[in-house]
Design a protein around this ligand. Structure first.
Ligand code: ATP
Ligand code: MG
Length: 395
């Protein structure tokens, strides 16, 4: 082993009181995602090292790129902390590269090392200049920036920096319940929530036979896309048919969507409590459709005291689409299956619903009983892996 992946914690280091909790959570997440690879992971207070097999590096990088809480990482050569070793290794590395100018930046955390940082730079630089033709030092705009970190036992040399996903490690916040439809917005909302460290369960409302198994399958596919960023997601499938049919029988056409969404929120709250989640998360975006005006949102939201997080609330559709493409959910989201929200859409849904009207219409039906039944009958699929679960007919 002469290289390691060197992960720096970045933003985590600002969380002073929680530092160990953040680092341990990140460590466990990395360990979980790299299960199956031949790696050794070592953590200390300021960084993490992953020893790997060369043949697995590309795959490991792909996994690491999707782990929240990693802001920057490097593939670093590792040598014993000894000036001759460092000189020789650096020369080896640089001989294999094509460049005209370079700069060396040394950081010495081992204060017992015989030379300080300012002394090491010219020693190493001089060694390169003496042994490689036609190169020179450029401290402002070098072709290659070499970083050397001198630590107690080992030292690290690297010339690369890879950007991680940023955010906080999943699990550093409590759990949230994501309303996951087959659309473009909700998977993006889920991704952004996970990026803040929130662990997700997902909930899909379906209205079979008005919605198809293909539509359900699409949500399963989207969950698999999201699970790339976390270790597992429980997908709860709610049979919403009876409630939805009842709404359309008894409520004014223009209020159907408002009431339907109020019932969804009620079920979400119950499910959240049952699964120890503290917030509801969804893909509502202000002004996008009639049910997402501020008036609608306020009337809908008033059925629950639970906080509702809307990560894409203030994004334009095109901005949401950009993220959907980046996280690879877009192509699945645009598959053309009907969602339970779209099947009964009235021509003119109310844009400024009144709470009093909703309550009047809701009084006609014993929704609470139906909601309890829907929660009782929930079907949960645990999704751990992108390749997981060959869809089986659940009916
Ligand atoms: P998306 O593209 O995410 O489906 P949308 O623009 O279609 O959103 P709506 O259909 O009004 O908007 O839904 C708003 C949000 O409500 C969705 O982003 C999702 O979080 C939630 N939602 C809608 N339908 C369902 C469903 N069938 N199951 C679970 N959540 C849903
Ligand atoms: Mg939708």
């Amino acid at each position: 082993m002469d290289r390691v992946i060197l992960i720096k914690y970045g933003e985590l280091t600002t969380k002073k009181g929680n530092r160990n909790f953040f680092i341990n959570t990140l460590y466990n997440n990395i360990k979980d995602k790299l299960d199956g690879f031949n790696v050794k992971i070592v953590k200390d207070r300021s960084r993490m090292y992953i020893e790997f097999l060369d043949s697995e590096l590309d795959k490991i990088k792909k996994v690491i790129d999707n782990i929240f809480g990693i802001h920057m990482y490097h593939i670093a050569y590792i040598v014993d902390t000894n000036i001759e070793e460092i000189k020789n290794k650096l020369l080896d590395i640089m001989k294999s590269k094509s460049f005209k100018t370079f700069k060396i930046e040394t950081k010495r955390s081992d204060k017992t090392f015989a030379y300080n940082s300012m002394e090491v730079n010219p020693i190493l630089g001089g060694h390169l200049l003496k042994n490689i033709d036609n190169i020179s030092v450029d401290v402002h705009n070098p072709d290659i920036l070499v970083k050397v970190e001198i630590r107690n036992k080992h030292s690290y040399i690297y010339t690369n920096s890879y950007k991680g996903s940023g955010g906080y490690p999943i699990g550093t916040q409590a759990k949230g319940m994501l309303m996951l439809s087959g659309g473009i917005d909700s998977p993006v909302a889920g991704y952004l929530a996970m990026k803040r460290g929130i662990k997700l369960d997902a909930v899909y409302f379906e209205a079979i036979p008005h919605t198809s198994l293909d539509a359900r399958n699409k949500v399963i596919e989207l969950t698999k896309k999201l699970v790339k960023y976390t270790n597992e997601i429980n997908l709860h499938i709610v049979n919403f048919t009876k409630i939805q049919e009842e709404i359309y029988k008894t409520a004014d056409d223009t209020y159907c969507i408002t009431i339907m969404r109020r019932m969804m929120y009620k079920i979400m709250e119950k499910l959240a409590k049952k699964n120890k989640a503290l917030v509801i998360i969804n893909g509502e975006s202000i002004g996008q459709v009639a049910s997402q005006t501020l008036t609608s949102m306020s009337v809908i939201n008033s059925v629950t005291n639970m906080p509702v997080i809307r990560p894409v609330a203030c994004l334009d559709k095109l901005e949401i689409i950009d993220i959907a493409k980046k996280i690879d959910t877009y192509e699945t989201s645009i598959l053309p299956y009907e969602d339970c929200c779209t099947i009964f859409v009235p021509k003119h849904p109310v844009i400024n619903p009144k709470l009093s009207e909703c309550l009047k219409m809701e009084e006609k039906v014993d929704y609470d009983k139906m909601i309890d039944k829907a929660v009782e009958d929930i079907y949960t699929i645990k999704i751990k892996d992108e390749k997981d679960i060959k869809f089986k007919n659940l009916l």
